[in-house]
Write a protein that binds this ligand. Sequence first.
Ligand SMILES: [Zn+2]
Length: 210
Amino acid sequence: MTINKYDIEIKNAEKEIADFFGFQIENIEIIIAENRAEYEKLLGRKTAEWEVGNSNLNKKIIFLLDPEQWTKEAPSHKPEEFPLLVRHELVHIYTNHLSKGKPIPMWLFEGLAGAISEQYKKVNIQYFETDFCSKLDTPFNWNQRTNSGAYPVAYLFTHYLFNKYGIKKIKELIQLTPAYYSYNGFDKIVFNILGKNLSELEKDFLENLE
Ligand SMILES: [Zn+2]
């Protein structure tokens, strides 16, 4: 762990996420980039304005853009949400550990991070596509919708599942995910564990929205 000015926030987040999952992953490295140019250098690519956190899942390294720069370099984020971002990225590392690197659908991967970090509380959304789990599953599908509600839908839906079925079932879902992702293959696992398939769960979720 690199010592830095956000050490207390990071330690709190690490403890909270470890407690939540019921085990602790050691040696997660967190690197804070001073500005976007440095952040892009660390990631080795250009980034969109909304990107402020990223993880190298296998190496267990989290890259964050210093929240002091957010007002200028990431105006869609509020600097006080930094602790939520740390939790979000930690959840990704824990999820990847649980799945043993097997691919899980993007809506669940991102949704879990947003549900556990409580980022779902900050979202506001009015449009839901029909069968959205089939449109937010692969990285290709997901990337086409990051500007049109992918994160908020994933956060809210996963929060719903998590609230209704509990962390134990969600952990099972991640652990029993097949070695190769396909919508139907994953849907079968969902049915086996939660007793309903994805389209039924989407319907339940929409009926329960406030
Ligand atoms: Zn994420």
